[in-house]
Design a protein around this ligand. Structure first.
Ligand code: NDP
Length: 244
């Protein structure tokens, strides 16, 4: 899949799926804008991809104004945008009974509102380039399970918003692509605050054979690299060992 010359914005590019996607897309000739809070990580990644033209944009998706600021920085640097990959997310699993409301609010703010705000900030650029939106949702956006109430709410929300957005943007030549991974080996579960839930998640990831983030990156590259007249609307991908 040749993505030569495309300018692609990736949120959550400081680790896991986002960093792997940045490496993969840059390897196919795309220029990448790397968004995340951890400045050192995205700056190091940007320097390692220097040949392809890359830009680190430190930002916090939970702060509404920062998406507009990021869009301005990217447009000033590259002058165009061909795709936005809404990948940043947090998975703070816990029981509804024990979880503090601040954790739901954080997930809703980053996983759902963050993706919506970022897309809105880049929308004029995307409409002008007939660009694409890739929303990294989750199996948890299709199957809710105990302990994933807050997280699932954000991913079900993302799926609903994505379908409405797809219907609005497809007549304008823009694709909306939803990617729904199962367990992927990243630092995602290490941020779970409840120690027991964190330990059982780590065990589950091991048992099902969590897939490498580079495999999800390849899927994103494949979807973006399809001819413009072909839109892979929704891609669900699990480790073979993950039955649920
Ligand atoms: P990681 O924890 O490795 O990556 C999450 C990324 O989100 C980081 O780059 C982090 O950067 C960024 N992020 C978190 N909060 C904010 C914020 N407030 N502002 C800006 N960026 C933020 O996990 P994954 O790579 O696994 O997760 C990527 C996506 O994939 C998520 O949406 C997740 O829900 C989804 N997913 C992952 C699965 C898995 O099993 N790993 C399964 C299904 C879906 P920083 O901390 O530097 O800001």
């Amino acid at each position: 899949m040749d993505l030569e010359g495309r300018v692609i914005v990736i949120s959550g590019a400081s680790s896991g799926i986002g960093a792997a996607t940045a490496r993969d897309l840059a390897g196919r000739g795309a220029s990448v804008a790397l968004l995340a809070r951890r400045r050192d990580r995205i700056e190091d990644l940007a320097s390692s991809l220097a040949g392809q033209g890359s830009l680190a944009v430190p930002m916090d998706l939970s702060k509404p104004k920062e998406s507009e600021r990021a869009a301005e920085a990217v447009m000033n640097h590259f002058g165009r945008v061909d795709a936005v990959v809404n990948n940043a997310g947090q998975m703070l699993l816990a029981s509804f009974e024990n979880q503090p409301a601040t954790e739901w609010e954080e997930m809703i703010s980053v996983n759902l509102l963050g993706a919506m705000r970022l897309t809105k900030a880049f929308l004029p650029a995307l409409l002008s380039s007939k660009g694409d939106v890739v929303n990294v949702s989750s199996v948890a956006g299709r199957k809710a399970r105990a302990l994933s109430g807050g997280y699932s709410a954000t991913k079900w929300g993302m799926n609903g918003w994505s379908e409405a957005l797809r219907q609005e943007l497809s007549p304008k030549g823009c694709r909306v692509i939803v990617v729904e991974p199962g367990a992927v080996e990243t630092e995602l579960y290490t941020h779970i605050s409840d120690a027991k839930v964190r330990a059982s998640s780590a065990q589950m990831y091991q048992e099902v054979g969590a897939i490498d983030a580079s495999e999800v990156a390849k899927i994103i590259a494949f979807a973006l690299g399809m001819p413009k007249g072909v839109s892979l609307n929704e891609i669900l991908v699990r480790p073979t060992g993950q039955a649920y």
